[in-house]
Design a protein. Sequence first.
Length: 151
Amino acid sequence: MQLGNHLFQARKKAGLSQEDVAEKLGVSQQTVSKWETDETLPDIRQSKKMALLYKISLDELIDFDLEVQEIQEAIEKTRDEVVDKIDWTKAWSKKYPILARYQGEVDAAPYAREISRLLDDLKAKYGYNELDAMLVLKDILAGVWKGRKKR
C-alpha cells in the first residue's frame, strides 16, 4: 500500500473529510488531497498532528509496506532483457533450498506434461499467447497456494 492510500484509509476510519483535516491542521483541502494521492508528503509536524487527529500513533499512520512498494517499483523498472538473463531458480534457491535440490528427487516430466496441457488449454479456450497463458496459470497457482495456507 502506498503512503497516500494509507493516509486516506486512516482519515476515513476516523470519520473525517479532507476539509475537516485541512481545517484542523491549518492547510488547504487540496494539500490533504495531494498527500492522499502521493503527489506530496506531509512534513513531520503535520504527520504528528494528523496521527493525533486520527487517534493513532505516528508509527501506525506511516506504517505502510515500503518493502513491497520498493519491490513493485523495481519490477516496473526492470527491462525484459534483464529479466530473461536472471536464473530465477538459483536466485530463489538461496531462500528456498528445495529449488536447488528437487531436480534430483522429483520425476518432473509428468508435472511438466500436465502444466503444458494446462497452458495449451488456456491458449485454445481464451486465445492467450504463450506468456499470457503462463502468467494466468501462475496466478491461479498462487491463488490455490494462498487458499491452502489459510487451512
